[in-house]
Design a protein around this ligand. Structure first.
Ligand code: T4K
Length: 396
């Protein structure tokens, strides 16, 4: 196989994108949508939102679930509900929303470096960052990989800090045989189109803390407790009925999807592990992931090309991988002046972020398509020298 970047025929006639939503058949959601059209009840904590909250809490094994309009609002409201002040320690190797949510609450993010194998917060570096201003740790289960929850809980407890989780990627993942979603003070999920379980746009905070959940439920609806009662600060972060209806049907297929993604993950691994210079994320041995992301770290010396060159070469073959997450949040203009944002202090974040590539992964992806993607990657590796010359000049 000749890579398309060197003039070969493109491996795919149509674009293979990094994600594609896994949604039920239209016929399955149609009766629910019809009911919404007939009842004309579209939003404001309708019947489908209430039902989905119950079902998600049941699926996760958390006592409470508050649905919201997206994962960013879930994070913002979770943080807000804890009445924090000062500094919150988190990871720079995440989607922008994690750190923006800290900033949106007028708190100062403090970046802690990641473990270079798991890509999660390195808890052994965390304690040194705790000051008398620290009030919370916001850990991210990156690519669905559970963080060291037990160790983080111990650190949080012994330092009197709140522990909360950005579990946007981790719906359906488990830690010590328990679903992610009921650890710490609370966990924030995203149900965006790119996630393993989607409501189009959507999100949730799950928790075992009744008071917290009630607070969030109020805040997502302007703080309104009754017709003439606004009891707290609030915003509009409500989920609508169409999203909830879609979610009710999507939830029925989640375990099947995770099983399928697990098989696809294995096919990627089997076909890629023989290629030098591709490193895989190490999964927490106490956890199980939902397999929604498949990432490789490109080690330039062994692979022959760097991540950017591979990313460009794949595009010629109609494979649209993504650099999740590059640049890391510590390099964003809003955060780079922070003392903890200095790249020298975050060597693992910097190197993982420079080498990481998310390959296409979704339940509808066919096994043959994955095998073909792997063949393309192998042929790119075998032609690395020629490709390097071709892309030189327009890529670092
Ligand atoms: N915390 C973490 C750790 C997160 O990763 C995220 C979101 C959040 C918090 C915040 O949750 P939300 O507020 O978003 O609910 C995407 C998503 O927009 C974002 O939800 C996600 N993380 C992030 C990792 O990825 P982009 O800018 O890469 O998305 P986009 O539009 O380029 O889509 C990626 C691919 O998905 C496309 O190539 C095609 C496919 N796609 C996308 C959409 C929107 C579809 O097939 N259908 C669609 O409707 O950010």
């Amino acid at each position: 196989m000749k890579p398309a970047i060197l003039g070969g025929t493109s491996a795919f006639s149509e674009k293979i994108l990094v994600a594609k939503p896994s949604i039920p058949e239209f016929e399955e959601v149609h009766p629910l949508f019809k009911e919404i059209f007939e009842s004309k009840w579209l939003t404001n904590h309708g019947k489908f939102v209430q039902e989905l909250e119950k079902r998600i809490a049941g699926y996760i094994g958390a006592e409470h679930c508050a649905l919201v309009s997206n994962g960013t609002k879930a994070l913002e409201l979770l943080i807000k509900s804890l009445d924090l002040n000062g500094e919150v320690i988190s990871t720079p190797f995440t989607f922008s929303a994690t750190i923006h949510a800290i900033q949106a609450n007028n708190l100062k993010p403090v970046f802690c470096d990641i473990n270079p194998e798991t890509y999660n917060l390195d808890e052994s570096k965390l304690e040194k960052l705790i000051t008398d201003k620290t009030t919370a740790i916001l850990a991210v289960n990156i690519f669905g990989n559970p963080v060291e929850i037990k160790k983080l809980t111990d650190i949080a407890e012994s330092n009197n800090l709140k522990l909360l989780f950005d579990s946007a990627h981790a719906f359906g993942s488990t830690y010590l045989d328990k679903k992610i979603g009921s650890f710490g003070e609370g966990e924030a999920f995203s149900f965006h189109a790119t996630k393993v379980f989607t409501t189009g746009e959507g999100g949730a905070v799950t928790t075992n803390n009744k008071e917290l959940s009630e607070k969030i439920s109020l805040m997502r609806n302007f703080g309104i407790a009754g017709e003439e009662e606004v009891v707290s600060w609030g915003t509009n972060a409500k989920m609508n009925e169409f999203s909830a209806a879609l979610g009710l049907k999507a939830l029925e297929q989640i375990e099947k999807d995770i099983e399928k993604l697990g098989r696809l993950n294995q096919i990627y691994k089997t076909n890629l592990e023989k290629i030098p210079g591709l490193k895989f994320q190490k999964i927490n041995p106490d956890g199980k992931i939902n397999y929604k992301y498949f990432t490789v770290e490109v080690l330039e010396k062994e692979f022959g090309l760097n991540r950017n060159q591979l990313h460009t070469a794949l595009k010629s073959d109609n494979i649209f991988a993504r650099k999740y997450f590059y640049p890391p949040c510590n390099r964003f203009p809003s955060y780079r002046s922070l003392e903890s944002a200095l790249p020298e202090k975050l060597p693992n974040t910097e190197s993982v972020s420079a080498g990481i590539l998310s390959l296409p992964m979704y339940a509808d992806l066919k096994e043959e398509e994955i095998k073909k993607i792997c063949e393309v990657i192998e042929s790119i590796h075998l032609n690395a020298e020629k490709i390097k010359k071709t892309v030189q000049g327009f890529l670092k």
